[in-house]
Structures are given as structure tokens and as C-alpha cells.
Design a protein around this ligand. Structure first.
Ligand SMILES: NC(=O)c1ccc[n+]([C@@H]2O[C@H](COP(=O)([O-])OP(=O)(O)OC[C@H]3O[C@@H](n4cnc5c(N)ncnc54)[C@H](OP(=O)(O)O)[C@@H]3O)[C@@H](O)[C@H]2O)c1
Length: 299
């Protein structure tokens, strides 16, 4: 198949380009063509005519992974960047897709779409469109509203998969790299008490999941997280033990003070989701629990 990846220069995009290229032809689009060229020779930027790119290259699938990192302080201007970096590419894509109804759009989203919760009781984010707020969840947060608005835009194309991603763990990037950065000083820093649910998924499983979604043409909302119930605190404890580091906990009040709304939503409130649909489709996790992910770092 001919697959166009928007946001190919990011963590997930680069991995996908490598994993999908043996069986598919990969095209990439981003803000800077020279950066996209580092990942694929079939490179475009947003000034190129998207309609022509699609028709000339007979694109079958578009994977939209665009979005500025949520891991920076959510100051007013940065909130604008967070929204624009997601909404603008998505609007561009769906605005031409009315001419190509057969194209399968796989649009990234996050499990934050369900809102946040401190409850570790089994309570699953239903994979419905639009996302419903489960019992004991709060759907007033910035991230929740951002994700819902983003999904609404993507869903104007009917043949769409909303991939609701949990934090993605990889040895060489993303959240894991950030957590282990202070390990050179033999410490791991946990922001807040951490008694909150913390769904997660490995980068390797995200990539295989997308491959399966393409193969089986799965549409609708899909939770991309493992089935493991683990807390933010347990994840930090496991990482600290694995790297033989001391775990330092920053009290909740300091987290709110230091990181404002971003700290409160990301570190002091959790989210929950279950990967029901993808498991039903026959997906088998390479790393079903955090121990298996960590143990693989040894090899
Ligand atoms: N990784 C996770 O843990 C995780 C969890 C939940 C949801 N997600 C969502 O999944 C998507 C892909 O994740 P990822 O980790 O691969 O993302 P990423 O590495 O942070 O970046 C993805 C792409 O977004 C574009 N981008 C970055 N900053 C931008 C800005 N300020 N303005 C416009 N475009 C910008 C970049 O493309 P160009 O520079 O080439 O234009 C980049 O390649 C994102 O939307 C992310 O929010 C990720």
C-alpha cells in the first residue's frame, strides 16, 4: 500500500517508517522537507498541494501524528501551539479527503480524551465516538477538551481510526528517556505521590498495532495501551530498581507550583483505558506489562 505519514519526523513516525517500509511505500509530510527527507526519500511539506500528492501517488492510507509535545509548560501561547499543531494539519487533511472517501485515515489522539481520574478501580474508557466520560472521571481538563476537539475534526472523514494513545515508552526517546535522564546521578524523580493509574504502551507495540489496523482496515476509536493496571508510582519504583537508583518524590503542592496546569493534569491526575477492541482484533502485545518492557532493556 501507499502510506502517507504526517508527523513522520516524530517518535512514532520514524519507527513506523522503518517498520512499514518492507511491505509498503512510505511518503512523509511535515513542516520542513529537509527533515522529512531524513526519514523517507518521498518527502513533502505543507506548502505542497496535498490533493496532488494523494492522487499522483495513489495514497491508500494517511497516518496523522502531528502535534507539539504536551510535556512543556502550558502557558497561554503554548496552549495555542498545542492546539494549532494538531488542528491545522488535521483540517488540511480532512478538507481534501472528501475527494478521496476510500482513503483510510489513522489519526493519533490520546487516552486523555476520556478525562482524568485518581481512581484505580477498574473503569474503562469506552471506545466510542465521541468519547464518553466514564464514572469517577473529570472531563474539564485542557487535554481532554483538546483531544475531543481534535477527534471531532478528524471524524469529519468517515473512514477514520482514532488511535487513543497512552504514554508511549521507548528506550531511546519519549517519556522513558525523560524519566531516566537523571539516572546518571543515580536518582529517578517522581512528580507527585503517584497513586494514580498510568496506562502505557511500548513504541514497538504502537507500530505493530498500526500495522494490524491497516491490514484489517479497523476504523472507529481504538485504545492504544496495554491491559496492565499500574500506577505512576509503581512505574517509577520499577525504573528506579532497574537502574539501581534512589527514587525522589516531589510533593504534590510543589508539582502544581512548578508545572501549573500541565503538572496537575499530567502528574497528579491519571487516566484509564482498556485495549478491548484491538485485543478482539487478535492483537498480541510484545510487551504486555512494564516488567517485560524493562527486562528487554537488558538485552
Ligand atoms: N508519544 C506519546 O507518548 C503520545 C501519547 C499520546 C498521544 N500522542 C500523540 O501522538 C502523536 C505522535 O506522537 P509522537 O510522540 O510521535 O510526537 P512527536 O515526536 O512529539 O511529534 C510528532 C510530529 O509533530 C510535529 N510537530 C511537533 N511540534 C510541532 C509544532 N510546534 N507545530 C507543528 N507540528 C509540530 C512534528 O512534525 P514536523 O516537524 O515534521 O512537522 C513531529 O514529527 C502526537 O500528536 C502526540 O500528541 C503521543
Amino acid at each position: 500500500m501507499n502510506i502517507l505519514i504526517a508527523g513522520i519526523t516524530g517518535l512514532i513516525g520514524k519507527k513506523l517508517a522503518i517498520d512499514l517500509s518492507p511491505n509498503h511505500t512510505i511518503f512523509g509530510i511535515g513542516r520542513t522537507k529537509s527533515n522529512v527527507l531524513k526519514v523517507t526519500k518521498n518527502a513533502f511539506d505543507w506548502n505542497d498541494d496535498l490533493e496532488q500528492i494523494i492522487s499522483k501517488n495513489q495514497i491508500d492510507v494517511i497516518i496523522n501524528l502531528c502535534g507539539a509535545s504536551i510535556g512543556q509548560l502550558w502557558l497561554k501561547h503554548y496552549k495555542f501551539i498545542l492546539k494549532n499543531s494538531r488542528f491545522e494539519p488535521t483540517k488540511k487533511i480532512v478538507s481534501v479527503l472528501n475527494k478521496f472517501p476510500h482513503i483510510h485515515l489513522i489519526n493519533a489522539s490520546g487516552i486523555g480524551v476520556y478525562g482524568y481520574t485518581k481512581s484505580t478501580d477498574k473503569n474503562e474508557g469506552q471506545e466510542s465516538i465521541p468519547a464518553k466520560t466514564p464514572k469517577n472521571f473529570v472531563d474539564k481538563g485542557f487535554l481532554c477538551r483538546l483531544s475531543r476537539e481534535w477527534e471531532k475534526l478528524a471524524c469529519t472523514h468517515k473512514n477514520t481510526t482514532l488511535l487513543r494513545l497512552a504514554p508511549v515508552f521507548d528506550y531511546y526517546g519519549g517519556i522513558y528517556k525523560k524519566i531516566i535522564t537523571p539516572s546518571i546521578l543515580k536518582v529517578i524523580i517522581q512528580f507527585g505521590q503517584g497513586e494514580i493509574p498510568f496506562p502505557w504502551i511500548s513504541l514497538s507495540d504502537v507500530s505493530s498495532m498500526i500495522e494490524l489496523i491497516i491490514q484489517q482496515k479497523c476504523t472507529g476509536a481504538i485504545n492504544a495501551c496495554t491491559d496492565e493496571m499500574i500506577t505512576y508510582k509503581e512505574i517509577h519504583e520499577k525504573i528506579a530498581t532497574h537502574h539501581r537508583c534512589k527514587k525522589i518524590t516531589i510533593p504534590d503542592e510543589y508539582v502544581s507550583f512548578l508545572f501549573g496546569q500541565m503538572g496537575t493534569e499530567l502528574f497528579l491526575n491519571g487516566s484509564q483505558a482498556k485495549p478491548l477492541k484491538i485485543i478482539k482484533s487478535g492483537f498480541v502485545f510484545k510487551f504486555p506489562n512494564f516488567d517485560s518492557f524493562l527486562n528487554n532493556t537488558l538485552s
